[in-house]
Design a protein around this ligand. Structure first.
Ligand code: GLN
Length: 492
C-alpha cells in the first residue's frame, strides 16, 4: 500500500518511472476519504489541486527534467499556512471562508521541490492549545487510540501522517506544537532554530517564537523536507542568512564521542513512569552507540511555562488585532461600528479570547514591568542556561512531553493543566533553539517522544544523533494499530 511508503521511497519510484505521481496522489486522496471520517485531520482537501500538481511532476519527468527532492510526494499543510486559492482558517470561525491570495514561502519551496499539497489540516484555533481541542470545527482523534488527543496545536498534521494519509506534513511550533503531537502520534518532527525557516505566509501567533516544522515517519524524510523549507527569505526579516548545509549527509554518521547532556531533574518531576523508563532506555542506547552521557542543569527552565504564557499571549494580543471583520473573513454587521468590531471578534473561541485578554493585560501600563518585562528577563536566563549547558555537551536530552497522549476532554476544564503539557518543549522555544522529537518506545501501547535540543543553527547534529538512534532501535517502525499496513519495497 502506498500510504505506508516513506517520502524518499515514493520519490525514487517516481524518478525511476515505476510509479506516476498522479497515482500516488490518488492513493493519498483515497486514504483521506477512507480514514479521515474517523480521524478528523483535514479541514480542507484539495483533490483537484493535488492532481494538477502531480500531473505537472509526471510531465516534467516525461520531458526529461531533473526532478526535485520531493517529486510526487504528497504533503498536508497546517491550516495556518497560506496556499494561493485555497482556504486558510486557522481552525477559527473568524477566518471562515477566507481564501489565501498568495503562497507562503515554504509552499513555494515545496512546489519547487515537486511536492504535492493534498490539503489543509485541523489545528488548535490560531495554534493555541496542546490537544487540538480548541479547533472551532471538529476534534482530531489520535490514530493510536481514537479516544485520545493527537496533541496540539498541529494535531491534524500529526494525525494525517500517523494514519497514512500523507507521508509528510507541515505544522508550526511556537511552544511545542510540532514536537508534542509528534510524540503523541509516534512521529519524527523538527522545530528549527528561530530564523531558519521563513515565516512569510504563516499566519502569526507569537512572532518571536513561531517556526514552521515538518512531521515525518522517519528521520530521513524529516531531514529531506527540512532542507527544502529552510533558508533565508528576503520577505521575512527574521529569517537568517546562513548556509543551511546538507541535513541528509548527516544521516548515518558516527556519533561516537558526541556529548549528550541529560537534565536529570526533568525526569524526576511529574513524568509518567512509562515515559521515564523509555527515556532511560534511550540514554542507554545512546551510550551504547558511543555517546558520552553528561549531566547538565537548566535551573531557570522551571520558569519557562510562566514566561511563555506571558510572552506568547502578549504577542498574540497584538497579532490578532488585525482580525476585526474589516480585512479578512466574515463580519458581523451592526449599525454601530464598535458593536460591529465587538460582535465580529466574538467569533474567536474561548482560549483565543483568554489569551488576547491576558496578553492585553500584561502589556498594559502598570503591569508591563511586573509581568511582560519579567518574563523577557526569564527568557534571557533560560538562554544563558543553555549556553552554559552547551559548554559541556552537544545536544540536550529530555522527554518531549511528560505523558503519553491523554484522553480527549481530560484537560479541557483546566487550562493550567493543559499548559503543563508543554513543560519540556517550551525552554528550547524561548531560547530559539532547534529541537527534534523522535519516537523512543511505547508506554501502555502508546508512543513516547524523545526530545533532543542543539545549539542555534546546529540542526545537522540533531539529524545525526536522531538517525543513529533510529538505526539502533525499531521504535519508528511501530505504526498506529488499524493504520499499520505493510509497505511496498521496505519503505515503511
Ligand atoms: N501548547 C502551546 C500553546 O498553547 C504551544 C502551541 C504552539 O506551539 N503553537 O501556546
Amino acid at each position: 500500500m502506498l500510504h505506508a511508503a516513506s517520502a524518499s521511497a515514493l520519490r525514487e519510484r517516481v524518478v525511476s518511472g515505476e510509479l506516476r505521481a498522479v497515482d500516488i496522489a490518488r492513493s493519498a486522496l483515497d486514504q483521506i476519504v477512507g480514514a479521515d471520517a474517523r480521524i478528523g485531520s483535514f479541514l480542507h482537501v484539495d483533490g483537484e489541486g493535488a492532481l494538477a500538481q502531480a500531473a505537472a511532476v509526471d510531465r516534467a519527468r516525461a520531458a526529461g527534467e531533473t526532478l526535485g527532492p520531493l517529486a510526487g510526494v504528497p504533503i498536508a499543510l497546517k491550516d495556518n499556512l497560506c496556499v494561493r486559492g485555497v482556504p486558510a482558517t486557522c481552525a477559527s470561525k473568524i477566518l471562515e471562508g477566507w481564501i489565501a491570495p498568495y503562497d507562503a514561502t515554504v509552499v513555494e519551496r515545496l512546489r519547487a521541490a515537486g511536492a504535492v499539497i493534498v490539503g489543509k489540516t485541523n489545528m488548535d484555533e490560531f495554534a493555541m492549545g496542546s490537544s487540538n481541542e480548541t479547533s472551532a470545527y471538529k476534534l482530531v482523534h489520535n490514530p493510536w487510540d481514537l479516544s485520545r488527543a493527537p496533541g496540539g496545536s498541529s494535531g491534524g498534521s500529526a494525525a494525517s501522517v500517523a494514519a497514512g494519509m500523507a507521508p509528510l506534513s507541515l505544522g508550526s511550533d511556537t511552544g511545542g506544537s510540532v514536537r508534542q503531537p509528534a510524540a503523541f502520534c509516534g512521529l519524527v518532527a523538527l522545530k528549527p532554530t528561530y530564523g531558519r525557516v521563513s515565516r512569510f505566509g504563516l499566519i502569526a501567533f507569537a512572532s518571536s517564537l513561531d517556526q514552521i516544522g515538518p512531521f515525518a515517519r522517519d528521520v530521513r524524510d524529516c531531514a529531506i523536507v527540512s532542507e527544502v523549507i529552510s533558508g533565508r527569505d528576503p520577505r521575512d526579516a527574521t529569517s537568517v542568512d546562513l548556509p543551511v548545509g546538507s541535513y541528509v549527509s548527516e544521516l548515518g554518521r558516527d556519533v561516537r564521542g558526541l556529548r549528550v547532556g541529560v537534565v536529570r531533574s526533568t525526569l524526576a518531576e511529574g513524568c509518567e513512569p512509562g515515559v521515564v523508563s523509555a527515556i532511560d532506555a534511550s540514554i542507554d542506547t545512546l551510550r551504547r552507540l558511543g555517546c558520552e552521557i553528561v549531566d547538565v542543569a537548566l535551573p531557570t527552565a522551571e520558569h519557562a511555562v510562566s514566561a511563555y504564557y506571558i510572552v506568547a499571549p502578549a504577542e498574540c494580543s497584538s497579532n490578532l488585532a488585525r482580525f476585526d471583520g474589516m480585512r479578512y473573513g466574515p463580519r458581523v454587521e451592526s449599525p454601530d461600528l464598535l458593536e460591529t468590531y465587538g460582535k465580529t471578534r466574538a467569533l474567536f473561541g474561548r482560549e483565543v479570547r483568554r489569551r488576547i485578554m491576558l496578553g492585553t493585560y500584561v502589556l498594559s501600563a502598570g503591569y508591563y514591568d511586573a509581568f511582560y518585562a519579567k518574563a523577557q528577563k526569564a527568557r534571557t536566563l533560560i538562554s544563558r542556561d543553555y549556553a552554559a549547558a552547551f559548554e559541556r555537551c552537544d545536544v540536550v536530552l529530555t522527554p518531549t512531553a511528560p505523558s503519553v497522549a491523554f484522553g480527549l476532554g481530560a484537560k479541557t476544564k483546566n487550562p493550567l493543566e493543559m499548559y503543563l503539557a508543554d513543560i519540556f518543549t517550551l525552554p528550547p522555544s524561548l531560547a530559539g533553539l532547534p529541537a527534534i522529537s523522535v519516537p523512543c518506545g511505547l508506554s501502555d501501547g502508546l508512543p513516547v517522544g524523545l526530545q533532543l535540543t542543539a545549539k542555534a543553527f546546529d540542526e545537522g547534529t540533531l539529524f545525526r544523533v536522531a538517525s543513529a538512534f533510529e538505526h539502533a532501535t525499531d521504535h519508528h517502525a511501530h505504526r498506529a494499530p488499524g493504520f499499520a499496513t505493510a509497505s511496498v519495497g521496505g519503505a515503511a
